[in-house]
Design a protein around this ligand. Sequence first.
Ligand code: UDX
Ligand code: UDX
Ligand code: ADP
Length: 469
Amino acid sequence: MSIKNICCIGAGYVGGPTMSVIALKCPDIKVTVVDLNEKRIAAWNDEDVSNLPIYEPGLAEVVQEARGRNLFFSTEVDKAIDEAELIFISVNTPTKTYGVGKGMAADLKYIELCARQIARVATTDKIVVEKSTLPVRTAEALQNILHNTGKGVRFDILSNPEFLAEGTAVQDLLNADRVLIGGENTLGGQKATEALANIYSNWIPEERILRTSVWSSELSKLTANAFLAQRVSSINAMSELCEVTGADVQEVARAIGTDSRIGPKFLKASVGFGGSCFQKDILNLVYIAKSYGLNEVADYWEQVIIMNDHQKRRFAEKIVKTLFNTVSGKKITLLGWAFKKDTNDTRESAAIYVADYLLSEQAEIVIYDPKVSQEQILADLDYLNTRSEAENRALVTVVNNPMEACDNAHAIAIMTEWDEFVNYDWKQIYNQMQKPAFIFDGRAIFVPSEMENIGFEMYTIGLAYSKNI
Ligand code: UDX
Ligand code: UDX
Ligand code: ADP
């Protein structure tokens, strides 16, 4: 079966870039991305591609080429569902904030709403593809809704999790390590799997298109994220040990990374991992394990989160302790707010938690991030509900100029590893700061001795105590 018309429900960080690349690589397929959020769709349709709702290197160029040709963004969800032969579900699945599984389980209400909408609208056979990260056996719930419409329409459900990382989404999509498709082992399931595989084979080599059962595919996505996050927590655990014993975590990472069984990637100690996936997916994994009574499995993975929370907190504590045990009324500059460089996404960013801790200690925070707006930063802090919106606004200033952000500061904390931070005129910044001038490098972007030569007091995550303040 050859697909000519695709609909994607959800124009977010996953749906937007993924569909843009599919449209780019498959000019004969019409791809329509729909969302309920009118503002978001308007931004995707903005004539000036620098105003797209998400920032990803290379994405504006892809959208520029495909949009209006075979790539469309729309709020007409029903129409797009009706026309499509294949529907991707790419809506958000946040951690539940209420009821059973609160704080742990994935909230599937948006997925269920999509399924019901598809069931209501569809008049022809559809392949329905889970793109969002979902708990194992979500497809069963989708099946129950879709297979009971009584309209004689056939639905084949596939799992096709997305492995792109933000900041490198376009490259990850163009040169994917693998594409994973989980389908039912029936004639219909196989046909649906091959229809989706045919789309990817326009640019992905056949040997990189993996086919599994639906359940294996769903669980592989959670497992991949759990393993990746576990590496970060493992190296972060070692970073604390390095600081007290006199080792350097970057040297340790290099030394172990050369073992081909371990590998060099994802061993960068940091102020803690963020992003919309790692924490949510591990909590979800823990919840699933517990629900089957697998308490040891649940505890094992929960430790990855506990370590990450510890890393964020100890970084904030280090700042307070170093600034003579009080930051009350002191100006502290945070460089970076996004959860990693090259994205404007701030979900679960370590910066939010560090800022919140410092604000509770009555610090005055000034924030600069090259891609994150003041509106977003304040919304992130308000969302925590630690203090009133008015108090957040009284203590937090967001500026567009890094030099202004650092002016007169008692300390600077590096929260995101944006490339531009290294290239600032650090001599001038030093001259404009309160003395002693402290830098807390939560991403190890500086060579500490170079900064110390300027006069800074340096703390670098994972660096031996003798070199750190
Ligand atoms: C280990 C380290 O590999 C080696 O670098 C170090 O110098 C000494 O310790 P060793 O214990 O000899 O070497 O064997 P290894 O191949 O690492 O296996 C250790 C155990 O893990 C074995 O019981 C093996 O069966 C088990 N294992 C290993 C698994 O169960 N699954 C795996 O994927 C790999
Ligand atoms: C992740 C997975 O990488 C991706 O495959 C999946 O599809 C979605 O979740 P993402 O969250 O976008 O992608 O970014 P990633 O590069 O994995 O970084 C996650 C967090 O870990 C960031 O806060 C990053 O700064 C941190 N990190 C990553 C480290 O602190 N050290 C590292 O070595 C790597
Ligand atoms: P992700 O990182 O998984 O892409 P986002 O939150 O960035 O998550 O994007 C998910 C998008 O899905 C949001 O823009 C949201 O408005 C949209 N969405 C959620 N439910 C529906 C629905 N029933 N119909 C259409 N769009 C939806």
